[in-house]
Design a protein around this ligand. Structure first.
Ligand code: ATP
Length: 303
């Protein structure tokens, strides 16, 4: 499959502090690639370097298999982006704003109505943008990014500040782009729930480091279930099992173990019963994606 964006050891350092470190990103054609990470993780910085808006300290970026140097014009003519909030003239209509961008970027006029149609703003195109809702302004920003009907669309937190209905609309809109227009989408967010529903691939960044990259199923499969054991005397059980090399921790009224094999579960159960500690429950607790994400980003641990 064609690689639309690849980065190699992409890094950005301010003084002695790296805010992006050795990022190797790979976005394939037709992907909706979700770039996830908490605030300040380095998402915007990475996207700006990919778009040639910021110079990397180290590493390199290829878009459509080409370096920016010598191919800037070609790359940007096939790339649309919305980084941070959209810029517009509030006293002009949506259509007038679109026309300004269309002329500035030397894009055919017919694309204006096409882009407004994609974001479903054609009925409000004559309204002043100052009177648009936040969601409409955001959709106008996406329409501007879509003006050239680009091969690659890069959106930095496009649903920031929107209500659930607005988020839903943008989600449906983004989801339709690869099929309808053959686009590849790179979208950043700090919310897993948002990415989970639209992305085909995901990259998780924390503190400037890439913690995971793959598809959603790989992410789910990487997580090992916890085993929770409830006994009549958890304190004694923990002591006994610690002596045998296990290191459970308490959660509510149970002991929680990380990844255990079936053999280890049998061994634990036998040890407890032969020490006359009644076992009340043994449960497997599969982690949901949200807790996996929190674990990766919260504790900064790589999967
Ligand atoms: N010009 C700068 N000088 C020093 N540090 C900077 C500069 N620009 C960004 N940073 C730092 O780089 C880190 C990454 O910032 P970045 O904006 O890329 O994060 P982000 O993941 O996009 O977060 P957010 O969702 O909050 O925008 C942050 O800790 C930020 O403070």
């Amino acid at each position: 499959m064609n690689q639309i964006v690849t980065t190699q050891n992409l890094s950005k350092r301010y003084g002695s502090k790296y805010c992006v470190k050795d990022i190797n990103l790979s976005v394939s054609e037709g992907d909706i690639f979700g770039f996830l990470g908490p605030n300040g993780a380095g998402k915007s910085t990475t996207l700006k370097m990919i778009l040639g808006l910021m110079r990397p300290t180290d590493g390199n970026v290829k878009v459509f298999g080409k370096d920016f140097e010598g191919n800037r014009q070609l790359i940007l003519s096939q790339t649309g982006s919305l980084i941070e909030s959209p810029s517009y003239y509030a006293h002009l209509s949506g259509l007038e704003n679109m026309r300004i961008v269309q002329r500035l970027r030397n894009i055919p006029e017919k694309n204006v109505s096409e882009a407004l149609k994609i974001v479903r703003l054609e009925n409000q195109k004559d309204k002043k943008v100052g009177q648009y809702s936040l969601g409409m302004k955001q959709r106008l920003g996406i329409a501007m990014a879509l003006l050239s009907i680009p091969k690659l669309l890069i959106l930095d937190e496009p649903t920031n500040g929107l209500d659930p209905a607005g988020i839903g609309e943008i989600r449906e809109l983004i989801k339709s782009l690869p099929k309808r227009y053959g686009m590849t989408v790179l979208i950043s967010s700090h919310l897993l729930s948002e990415i989970e529903q639209i992305a085909t691939s995901v990259g998780i960044i924390n503190d400037g480091n890439m913690m995971f990259q793959g598809n959603m199923d790989e992410l789910k499969n990487k997580s090992h279930p916890n085993i929770m054991i409830k006994t009549r005397n958890n304190l004694l059980a923990k002591e006994l099992l610690s002596d045998k090399g296990f290191s459970p921790f308490y959660r509510e009224d149970s002991l929680v173990f990380g990844n255990l094999t079936d053999e280890q579960v049998i061994q634990i159960n036998r040890s407890l019963t032969s020490a006359n500690i009644d076992v009340l429950r043994i449960e497997e607790n599969k982690k949901n994606l949200e807790s996996i994400f929190l674990e990766i980003t919260g504790k900064g641990r790589s999967l």
